[in-house]
Design a binder for this molecule. Structure first.
Ligand code: IDP
Ligand code: MG
Length: 136
């Protein structure tokens, strides 16, 4: 049975700043994801705070929101069979030093905060995050 899903991916400021956005998009495409929608934007800190609200009690919340709003990002809707989990696997662990060989964070991530990509962690959050950036 086919189980086509959509998930939200963000190429974060550290990767866009290093002009890695096209290269990272190719990684997704080579793994069979289609990029259904995409846009390069810069968000306000207040929008980053809304996006990362689940983390508001974490000690790194303020830095995280300042960082996500610090420069251009590329937000994308990725589509594929089991896209949510597939994207999480392709991204690798949150901390690039713990990410497996062949993952995006292993290859491109600089540190736990500058880890190059965001990906939705569940089907429910994928819907919420896609709406956050693409509902018009
Ligand atoms: P995820 O991006 O792998 O889903 P989350 O736990 O949801 O990881 O955290 C969201 C983001 O917050 C991470 O991608 C990372 O940029 C940042 N972050 C997570 N944990 C830490 C930390 O301990 N210190 C600094 N930043 C962190
Ligand atoms: Mg997360």
């Amino acid at each position: 049975m086919s189980n086509i899903e959509q998930t939200l991916s963000i190429i974060k400021p550290d990767a866009v700043e290093r002009n890695l956005d096209n290269e990272i998009k190719e990684v997704f495409k080579n793994k069979g994801f289609s990029i259904v929608k995409e846009k390069k934007i810069q968000i306000e800190k207040s929008e980053a705070e809304r996006f990362y609200k689940v983390h508001e009690t974490k000690p790194f919340y303020n830095d995280l929101c300042a960082y996500l709003s610090s420069g251009p990002i590329v937000v994308m809707i990725l589509q594929k069979e089991n896209a949510v989990l597939g994207n999480r696997e392709l991204m690798g662990a949150t901390n690039p030093v713990e990410a497996e060989e062949g993952t995006i964070r292993k290859k491109y991530g600089i540190s736990i905060d500058k880890n190059s990509v965001h990906g939705s962690d569940s089907i429910d959050n994928a819907k919420i995050e896609i709406d956050f950036f693409f509902k018009d």
